[in-house]
Design a protein around this ligand. Sequence first.
Ligand code: CO
Length: 158
Amino acid sequence: MAKILPIIKNPSPLLREKSKEIDFEKIKPNELKDLCADMIKTMKEKDGVGLAAPQVGKSIRLITINTKDGPKIMINPKITNKSWAKEWNEEGCLSVPGVYGKVRRNKKINCVYFDKNGQKIKIQAQGLLSFVIQHETDHLDGILFIDKAKEVKKIKAI
Ligand code: CO
């Protein structure tokens, strides 16, 4: 059964590390499968649009994204191309609770990643999906949205 994992909150040095690539030859398939299931459950339970492994204390390049077509798992995601056009969009983060701010990100990106079976996938993303992939891959490099945000608002935790 998938479990809800505790979320690492800012400020924690764990959120500032550069995560390591996942080596499919070395990682235990069950370990990866369980972590993916736990991250998806945690993301849904906490109402997140995305979650990156460092947010649950794993310094590896794995992100999950909630899309309208269901949860997406992206392993070793790499943004290979970014549109010239950018857009400001309001963001928040489960690791920075109660804080929101506007971040300027590329409207369209090309992204290469591996699914949980090790299959290589190339996608073009735009709009919200593009912003979420950029936010989550930033986590893998130790970057938080508050590093880039303007008009940062703090809302009291409920
Ligand atoms: Co985040």
